[in-house]
Design a protein around this ligand. Structure first.
Ligand code: T4K
Length: 386
């Protein structure tokens, strides 16, 4: 890592002195975990901020996913997307559930509702869609299918912190929604996650499951796991919450600047952000099309030569990893849209502390490589390295 390297993301950290009073409180209390005061405060504060009824905090988003499936007693087969981070499907395998991959919509890049019905079998019990990049799924169509076939819906909303549609938080949809508060996310607690649930009874079951199944000192109601968020993570979340609106605003500014600068570049396609009333600008994915002189991978390599670490989220498809590729639904003929997008996508750096000058470095390389004569030259000759 050099000072000049730009990564796809970087966590926004408030000034350290703002965090010290939280640490002092923890030191004084000596309550470090197991649903302590900061844990309780953060659950309440997040319900208010996000506009949802109940939240159960977790140590990370993956444990939240695994526990969400447990809490609804999901078994058999679950329909999901191959175009996501691998944790989405891993949560199914950890529960002994068979993932059934269904292709994505070419515009939203989310699970294509038109293809779900054909994948339903007598073993299907649930749908696990992802609001990929924080872009809302077609929640109404998915719910209609779930209602018709008596299926549960669990949204992997790891990317969708703070995203709203016309009716409010996108997290209110489905039976449950899970969030990730990983360091790379719009809102982070270093590591962390949550389940959003609609009623107190479900939250209670989830709270038991994330604490080994303990109901009280002598009663264990289920084979639970240790999924609890610690006080230090929850305290950091309380502080982060104060800064998150400003962080999302700056992300929005960077998003607009990318669109203005790249809109006219032949062969680069910025995904329209048309599904949400409020975006969180978690990622800035572009598609590298045939009209661009470099392939996606050549552009990825060229950017790296300039110290710009864009990422191919999500390549390879989950369905191409060894533990999934033997499944009938993982065959590429079944997933042509996802396969095509994963070969063309590139996520550009976007995070609150990215300066306009740093963003311009990224834009300059993308624009210079759009000119065939430059694209074939050594990068530091064609574009000055900042
Ligand atoms: N569902 C979905 C749809 C998800 O995207 C994820 C996680 C999950 C579920 C599971 O949630 P968690 O269990 O993680 O809470 C990253 C993250 O590790 C992962 O959380 C995230 N999705 C995924 C999309 O991205 P990597 O392997 O790309 O991370 P890494 O370490 O390469 O980080 C990317 C860049 O961020 C680095 O190049 C530099 C920067 N970075 C990273 C870290 C960790 C920092 O500047 N500081 C840091 O502390 O997976």
């Amino acid at each position: 890592m050099t000072d000049k390297t730009l990564y796809v993301t970087q966590p926004h950290l408030p000034p350290l002195e703002e965090f010290l009073p939280y640490l002092e409180e923890i030191w004084e209390r000596r309550i470090l975990t197991n649903g302590g005061p900061f844990h309780q405060q953060l659950e309440k504060a997040l319900c208010e901020y996000l506009g949802v009824e109940h939240i159960a905090l977790f140590a990370n988003g993956t444990l939240a996913l695994v526990t969400a499936l447990q809490s609804l007693r999901i078994t058999g087969e679950v329909i999901t997307t191959p175009y996501s981070f691998v944790a989405t499907a891993h949560s199914l395998l950890w529960n002994g559930i068979k993932p059934v991959f269904v292709d994505i919509d070419p515009h939203s890049l989310n699970l294509d509702p038109r293809q779900i019905e054909a994948a339903i079998t007598p073993q299907t019990t649930a749908i696990l869609p992802v609001h990929c990049y924080g872009r809302p799924c077609d929640v109404e169509a998915i719910q209609r299918i779930a209602d018709n076939y008596n299926l549960k819906v669990i949204y992997d909303a790891a990317h969708a912190f703070g995203v709203r549609d016309a009716g409010g938080s996108v997290l209110r949809h489905g039976d449950l929604a899970i969030l990730s508060f990983h360091a790379t996310k719009v809102f982070n607690t270093f590591e962390g996650g949550a389940i959003v649930c609609p009623d107190a009874k479900t939250k209670q079951r989830i709270d038991h499951l994330k604490n080994f199944g303990f109901v009280d000192e002598v009663t264990v109601a289920a084979p639970g796991i240790n999924g609890k968020m610690s006080e230090i993570n929850a305290a950091f979340g309380m502080l982060q919450l104060k800064h998150v609106d400003a962080a999302i605003e700056r992300r929005g500014q960077l998003d607009r600047q990318y669109r203005d600068a790249l809109g006219e570049v032949a062969g680069l396609h910025c995904l329209p952000r048309d599904g949400a009333a409020r975006d969180n600008h978690a990622y800035f994915p572009i598609l590298v099309e045939d009209g661009y002189p470099l392939s996606r991978d050549a552009l990825y390599a060229r950017l790296r030569e300039h110290g710009i670490h864009a990422r191919r989220y999500f390549y390879p498809l989950i369905s191409d990893f060894p533990m999934y590729r033997g499944l009938p639904s993982a065959q590429s003929g079944n997933l042509p849209v996802a396969a095509g997008i994963s070969e063309r996508v590139l996520c550009l750096p976007i995070y609150p502390d990215l300066t306009d000058e740093q963003q311009q470095r990224v834009i300059d390389v993308l624009r210079a490589c759009a000119i065939p004569a430059f694209a074939s030259q050594a990068p530091c000759v064609s574009v000055p390295c900042a």
